[in-house]
Design a protein. Structure first.
Length: 315
């Protein structure tokens, strides 16, 4: 039976960005958004399974012109996949499904953008990219190092994703870290190919009132030093709890402190200018009913990343 198309007009686009049909077809899109509503191993507040849809809903209200880049990044083409069905069988099967889809996207030369869901998902795109690129760096913006060997009975817990990435032999740079265990602190001290920029180091420049001027501007220098550890190409994973929870309260594990909007943008713009970025994800949005600010922040962050990483829609 032939499929009957709906008549033209009067339809609100239900894709990331609310992008018009000519810029949201799979064949011509450079970017493919994969929503993964999964939060099986969440340990504190559950609900990140609602994150991807909240980001897509908020994204339809984005201004698609980027005044900083003076371009319209969506013109590169953004196709949005339907939400991936997580497996009830456990984390490994869900990760396998995501890896399969990301590999398929890479075969079609798409730039993958995964929307989580919990952070354990990041291992899947990283594994898929590893099949294609022998070596790359992973930049992780996060309040947590996620370097535990295992947590609550599984190695595929959100608290272990950094460790799983690192043991693939990839270079890992973490920024914004402000909650770790003793086990993780010892691991960080001993590990190679791992650079951790702690949040408190970034906030040292809050101390210009101290008697010694040597603290002035230290945050910027620390950031620059951390980013110098990245080697091409780069995968970027943003756990939204990297932000100050005053700005981003809608996360499962909020931590006081954290980065502000413009510091995160500065980091991402720098990475897009200096490096070839091969994919990214934004994870851990746990929407709060009636509070749309955090959802919109997450949606705008994704769109800013596309502008930075794909050269304002040119690359
Ligand atoms: Mn985190």
């Amino acid at each position: 039976m032939q499929e009957i198309p709906p008549p033209r007009g009067y339809w609100l686009p239900q894709n990331f960005g609310g992008v018009p049909p000519e810029f949201s077809r799979f064949a011509s899109a450079r970017v493919v958004v994969l929503p993964v509503p999964y939060d099986l191993t969440t340990s504190y507040l559950a609900g990140t399974r609602h994150g991807p849809q909240a980001i897509i809903d908020a994204s339809t209200h984005l201004e698609l012109y980027d005044e900083e880049l003076q371009s319209e990044p969506y013109r590169i083409g953004i196709y949005t996949l339907p939400p991936l069905e997580p497996s009830a069988a456990g984390p490994e099967e869900t990760l396998r499904r995501v890896e399969e889809i990301i590999s398929w996207l890479l075969e079609h030369d798409k730039f993958p953008v995964m929307l989580g869901g919990e952070h354990s998902l990041t291992l899947a795109p990283v594994r898929a990219l590893r099949q294609r690129f022998r070596d790359f760096s992973v930049l992780q913006l996060d309040a947590h190092a996620d370097l535990r060997e295992s947590f609550q009975g599984t190695k595929f817990n959100h608290a272990c994703v950094g460790r799983r990435i690192h043991e693939l032999g990839l270079n890992l740079v973490q920024i914004g870290i402000r909650a770790i265990s003793l086990e993780e602190a010892e691991f960080i001290r001993a590990a190679k190919n791992l650079h951790v920029c702690f949040d408190h180091e970034l906030h040292q420049d809050l101390a210009p009132r101290l008697p010694s001027p040597r603290w002035q501007g230290a945050g910027g220098e620390v950031l620059e030093e951390a980013l110098a550890h990245l080697r091409d190409p780069v995968y970027v994973t943003v756990d939204l709890d990297v932000f100050d929870p005053a700005l981003m309260p809608a996360v499962g594990t909020p931590e006081p402190g954290g980065l502000d909007w413009y510091t995160v943008l500065k980091i991402l713009r720098y990475v897009g200018e200096k490096h070839r970025v091969i994919g990214c994800d934004v994870v851990e949005l746990c929407p709060i009913a009636g509070l749309v600010g955090p959802n919109f922040l997450a949606a705008k962050l994704v769109y800013k990343m596309l502008g930075y990483f794909l050269k304002g829609g040119q690359g």
